[in-house]
Design a protein around this ligand. Structure first.
Ligand SMILES: [Zn+2]
Length: 239
């Protein structure tokens, strides 16, 4: 910076270009992080699917247990009723109902056993997949933490510089800053360029008319290169 009290557009632009660099560097971490996490994502999905399936099977198993309990209770009632039948026909009817109940009960119990067996196997499979997932995550954890750390430090540098930028912008004369912001607002990164020693625009290197060169060198502001439109500054602050 050439002057302690007045900010130059050139310095402001250097800060802005650095901010753009930092922003772009920070965004480069996202695909890298995604790449690092990718191998464990498939495993993670599989673990979630297994857990959900296991949950459903346990619910179904409990339903079967309840159903069996229910049938046992009804079986007991039928057994009681058998004691008070008044004739053979009634007894036959109760026994027929008990037979059906027993078959249904055996069906429930068989189904519950099969399901319990499936649940045990699925729990083993879940353990294996969970271990594989833990391993996959542990393998990439150092790299992941390193990337996050680097990303954080870039963001921090960005925030610090952004505050500095706000302060510095306040030192630049308002009308100069407005011209600068207007040009940059149009989507251009470079809004100001110094004259080269031989009198060309420092951005497009088109020659600047002598009279305009002199005005710029005397410190006139707000003069744009006719060829490329950037604001011209005297070369003094190039140092
Ligand atoms: Zn130019």
């Amino acid at each position: 910076m050439t002057d302690d009290t007045t900010g130059s557009l050139k310095d402001l632009q250097d800060i802005d270009l650095r901010l753009e660099q930092l922003r772009s560097r920070a965004s480069e971490f996202d695909p890298l992080l995604a790449e690092v996490e990718e191998p464990s994502l498939a495993l993670e999905q599989e673990v979630v699917t297994l857990k959900n399936r296991l949950q459903e099977m346990k619910v179904e198993e409990r339903r079967l247990e309840h159903s069996a309990d229910d049938r046992r209770a009804r079986w007991k009632k039928l057994e009681e009723r058998l004691k008070s039948v008044r004739n053979l026909r009634e007894e036959a009817a109760v026994r027929a109902e008990m037979d059906l109940m027993r078959q249904a009960l055996e069906g429930d119990e068989q189904e519950a056993l099969t399901l319990l067996d499936q649940i045990r196997r699925m729990e083993d499979r879940l353990d294996e997949q969970q271990a594989a997932l833990d391993q996959a995550q542990a393998d990439v954890e150092p790299r992941r933490l390193q990337l996050l750390e680097e990303q954080k430090s870039v963001m921090e540098e960005y925030e610090v510089l952004k505050n500095k930028r706000e302060q510095y912008a306040g030192l630049v004369p308002v009308h100069e800053r407005q011209d600068y912001e207007r040009i940059r607002g149009g989507g251009r990164s470079v809004a100001v360029a110094s004259l080269t020693p031989d009198g060309a625009c420092g951005h497009c290197f088109g020659m600047i008319p002598l009279q305009v060169q002199n005005e710029v060198r005397r410190g006139a502001t707000g003069i744009a290169c006719e060829a490329c439109g950037v604001l011209l500054s005297s070369g003094d602050d190039l140092a």
